[in-house]
Write a protein that binds this ligand. Sequence first.
Ligand code: FE2
Length: 461
Amino acid sequence: MASLSSRDQPRSVSEGELKAANDAPHYDLIIRNGRLLNLSPAGPGEQSCDTRPALADIAIGDRRILAIGPNLSGNARRTIDAQGHLVSPPFVESHIHLDSALTAGEPRWNQSGTLFEGIEIWGDRKQSLTSADVKARALAALKLQASQGVLHVRSHVDVSEPKLVALKALLELREEVRPWMDLQLVAFPQDGLYGAPRNVELLEEALKLGTDVVGGIPHYEFTREDGVRSVHRLFELAEQYDCPLDFHCDEIDDPQSRFLEVVAACALRRGMGQRTTASHTTAFASYDNGYATKLMGLLRLAQLNFVANPLINITLQGRGDCYPKRRGITRVKELWHAGLNVSLGHDCIQDPWYGLGNGNPLDIVQMAIHCCHMTGQREIAACYAMVTHNGAQTLGISPAEYGLAVGKPANLVVLAGQTLRDLSCQRGLATAVISRGHCLAQTPLSITQWDDPPESITYPH
Ligand code: FE2
């Protein structure tokens, strides 16, 4: 047996060392060796996707970040080694439909791939909704998202269905997941506010039941006049119930669909710009530049939030085009350059509109980088801000309650990679997700093991 070296020999602890150990701070959790990622919100910043932040530790107690710095002293009940990877504030999912999530193929597949066939299929599927069905699928979707670092979600919920089954189920689920997930619900009249006689009444009932946000879909109303009327009515309801608004706005290739100007003008006149979100706005990509330039002036005045959904927009839009075929994604780069708050959403997870996806925000970012021509160093960094800080702004989360700083809630995610370019190239895995100071999920990195080559093959070194 090998003898112990002098370094391994037990030794007595001095009184000074004992006092220092007793005085050392005790934390619930320490994340060591992380590289803190704090992107600035809206507008072109100076951050580059190639910046490699310095190593730091994060100490957590009482659900808050208590200390940040290199080589923090102190002990913790649990330590997680970030192994030099990025530590980010949690991802924010600005636009999802949890009521329809994970229903792809039920009762049939969307063969045309269009928005309108999706709405037809959902019209059939929602006839068989039950509370248990909605809650089970929505919880599965939320867990998928959380395991990938999403801890704030805004979900639209169809309130055109007369019994409000999905809404009531998701209101219950919102409370059940509150200990680990921040979930906002939008009362969304999928079939139009004036598409059926009871839809206004149903939307108001949804607000009385405690829905967080007023939704709308003016471009889907029967007439332009109905669309404009719906926008005004929805602003009235938002004021009455003191709620923010989030419109499905101009989600169509029609360059004559111009409800964004109506939403912006209403928001400006009512002083509600920062509480109003225009989602999709895909027709903005089809407007001629003369009108788009004029509109951008109004948008700057109104200071709306925007949500683009690149995965869905690139697949649903442009279906009626021959060639050249439009991309159908709103003017993300131009809105960002104008200093407006742009965030990105997944929109659908395996539902009648999009049979793919698993809720991963990095997939959204990847699609935005490509389809919106955001490949510059600052542009890639901006796309990450769009699923973190910008999303938090869209959801109205107080800046004091989001981000990586002492005193803020201990919500964060460790992402495999040392720079944002690493995340893009390698689809950085969320190796640890911390919610309210507790480790919610960990996913080990997979490492490729190379077999010994057969004698006839030499692998390159
Ligand atoms: Fe949507």
